[in-house]
Design a protein around this ligand. Sequence first.
Ligand SMILES: Nc1ncnc2c1ncn2[C@@H]1O[C@H](COP(=O)(O)OP(=O)(O)OP(=O)(O)O)[C@@H](O)[C@H]1O
Ligand SMILES: [Mg+2]
Length: 382
Amino acid sequence: MTSQERTELVSPLADPDDEVVDAALRPKRLSDFIGQQRVREQLSVVLDAAKARGRTPDHVLLSGSPGLGKTTLAMIIAAELGTPMRITSGPAIERAGDLAALLSTLSEGEVLFLDEIHRMARPAEEMLYVAMEDFRVDVVVGKGPGATAIPLDVAPFTLVGATTRAGLLPGPLRDRFGFVAHLDFYAPEELERVLHRSAALLGVSLTADGAAEIGSRARGTPRIANRLLRRVRDFAEVRADGTVTRETARAALEMYDVDELGLDRLDRAVLEALLVRFNGGPVGLTTLAVAVSEEPETVETVAEPFLVRAGLLARTPRGRVATPAAWRHVGLRPPMDVGLRPPMDAGLRSPVNPGLPPPVQAALIDLVDDGGYDEATDPGDT
Ligand SMILES: Nc1ncnc2c1ncn2[C@@H]1O[C@H](COP(=O)(O)OP(=O)(O)OP(=O)(O)O)[C@@H](O)[C@H]1O
Ligand SMILES: [Mg+2]
């Protein structure tokens, strides 16, 4: 199985299909935006205060994993303010001149949405600091010692930056945002509400237990929930009477290889190799990747982030380790010494101590896990 062949049904990234549907399903106002209650409340205060003062609100930074609603919120901000919005992205700004051209044409109060802001070129970044703070850009004319900077005024605007990797943003840039909102993964109940809303917009008949079934497999991500809904709807139309019920959702998602936790084929292959071939680990990433005929990078960036978040796999200094929950997920009993063994390749067996009471074992396992897992380098978390 290669990464091209694997189902992308539970990828949080937008595919071309999603982009069309995403736009149709996006909530347009803050009151339609489901979940993220704290962010919603704080944002509504920021926007109301700015409106009451008749001034442009502070710059807003939205961070969170793909598919959680950053673009949606950016559009809502402009809609709530009743102002036009200009959209660009970090990779589109290759030179400072690109940014200068854009900033100098903004009209007063406009919202500038800068997606993937962490991928902007360095010189542009520096120009952006000044523009955010002083509403001014310095355009450099000429080269070498004769170069002069001509200051240009920029109309007061609100920058809305979005990033999946807040940790990659330089401090000076992050500090210039008056409001930083971090979007979290959604609870299953929130995803059910997202699903009911989307079903109504798409004209799909969806039962409460059908929504619960899809919501619990959507990895906490509205984009995945909406995508699963569309696939299950197709199935329900072809194989049943068109209504999405628990039964049709189950049958459809089984056919599409998405299990009860939202794991797909690759996720499960990794987990099963770890459990069955390496007895729960620890095992090195490369060895694990070879066992599932994948590139180490694919395993690390595609499968692992969710396995870690779901509490099924831990990264330790000695390698990947399955947690007791992983054993239970595939219907096996965890061995007593799970998480405490030396690496397989060392050819050693650990000093198994099945005599320890379970709480002590659990505490030891936690210690081992905490020692190894580095959040800052987790590609799926930030
Ligand atoms: N709070 C929400 N309520 C209802 N639907 C939502 C919510 N958040 C996201 N969605 C749905 O999920 C889809 C994806 O959201 P969006 O495009 O805003 O994600 P994103 O964070 O910008 O992702 P990316 O990092 O890939 O750009 C939207 O089209 C929308 O339909
Ligand atoms: Mg987006």
